[in-house]
Each structure stands twice: as structure tokens, then as C-alpha cells.
Ligand binder design. Structure first.
Ligand code: CU
Ligand code: ZN
Length: 172
């Protein structure tokens, strides 16, 4: 009887914690000689994904923030991740613009200590099929994305890179 109760309690705990866990996650590592690092989580939201997390080791100010096509951060400058992820063959732009790459997540803003807190909801991306973010690379750039220069917003070097993985098996 006692054992059944313990199982029921632990099952309820698992259900409660899974409701808070991310659906996909990415660990960012430094590139191009930077000291950037961080974690970004993706959770399902109405019509898109809620993107949250923190990045440290940046220069103060805005930094371009994108999903790039290839889940490959092996090059020291992260150019191995390819261009912006663009399954819809659109022009580069702000995530809220009518036309933009699926991977255009806009900018993140680092404070004077170099830390950027990310909390935004991006429409049109998901966890399944052609719009799935899983397997693509999240890149943080050294400069701001101007949200208009083609094909990538003139955001400068790639200072952090990580590959998005399903968080199904990851516990937090
Ligand atoms: Cu980029
Ligand atoms: Zn783009």
C-alpha cells in the first residue's frame, strides 16, 4: 500500500514537471574566438514557439539571433551552419515582417555585463515537419541584425552556435 502511494506521488511529480519542461533545447558554445555561452529553450505556443533562455559573454547591445540551415557548428567561425534556415524561400527580415526567413528570430540585447535574456514568441515555427526547428543551428552574431540587408541582416561574425535537439529525453 505504501509503495503504491509512493509510485502515485512520483508519477504526479513527473507529470507536473514535464508541463514546465521545454520541447526543444539548444546549448550555445563560443565561436569566432568569443566567450559567449548559453542555453535557449523552445516550447509550443499559439501559432509558433515560445523562445526563452540566457546568453552570456556578449558585447553590450544588440546581436543578430537566427536559426541557420545546417546543424553543424564544427567550423571555428560556425560558417559550417550554412545560411539562414529558409524553407519558404523568403527574403531576410524581422520575424514579425510579412516576408522573412523561418530562421529569422530578430535580435537579442545584452546588458552592460554582456548577458542577454531571451523571452519572445515567434510565429510560423514549430517542432514537426517542414517548420520544425529541431536539427537546425541557433547562431548569435557579433553585431545587430538590421532586419533588412540581404541575405542575412549584416550581423557580422558568428559568436555562438548550437544545434537544436528535442528535449524529450532531457530532464531539467
Ligand atoms: Cu545568423
Ligand atoms: Zn534571415
Amino acid at each position: 500500500m505504501k509503495r503504491h502511494l509512493a509510485l502515485a506521488v512520483s508519477a504526479a511529480f513527473v507529470l507536473a514537471t514535464s508541463a514546465w519542461a521545454a520541447d526543444a533545447t539548444v546549448t550555445l558554445a563560443a565561436a569566432s574566438g568569443s566567450k559567449a555561452a548559453g542555453t535557449i529553450n523552445f516550447t509550443k505556443a499559439d501559432g509558433g514557439l515560445h523562445v526563452t533562455g540566457d546568453v552570456t559573454g556578449l558585447t553590450p547591445g544588440e546581436h543578430g539571433f537566427h536559426l541557420h540551415e545546417k546543424g553543424d557548428c564544427s567550423a571555428p567561425d560556425a560558417t559550417s551552419a550554412g545560411d539562414h534556415w529558409n524553407p519558404g524561400k523568403q527574403a531576410h527580415g524581422a520575424p514579425t515582417a510579412a516576408a522573412h526567413h523561418a530562421g529569422d528570430l530578430g535580435n537579442i540585447t545584452a546588458d552592460a555585463s554582456g548577458k542577454a535574456h531571451v523571452d519572445t514568441t515567434v510565429k510560423g515555427i514549430g517542432l514537426d515537419g517542414e517548420t520544425s526547428v529541431i536539427g537546425h543551428a541557433v547562431i548569435v552574431h557579433g553585431k545587430a541584425d538590421d532586419l533588412k540587408t540581404q541575405p542575412s541582416g549584416a550581423a557580422g561574425p558568428r559568436v555562438a552556435c548550437g544545434v537544436v535537439a528535442s528535449a524529450g529525453a532531457v530532464s531539467h
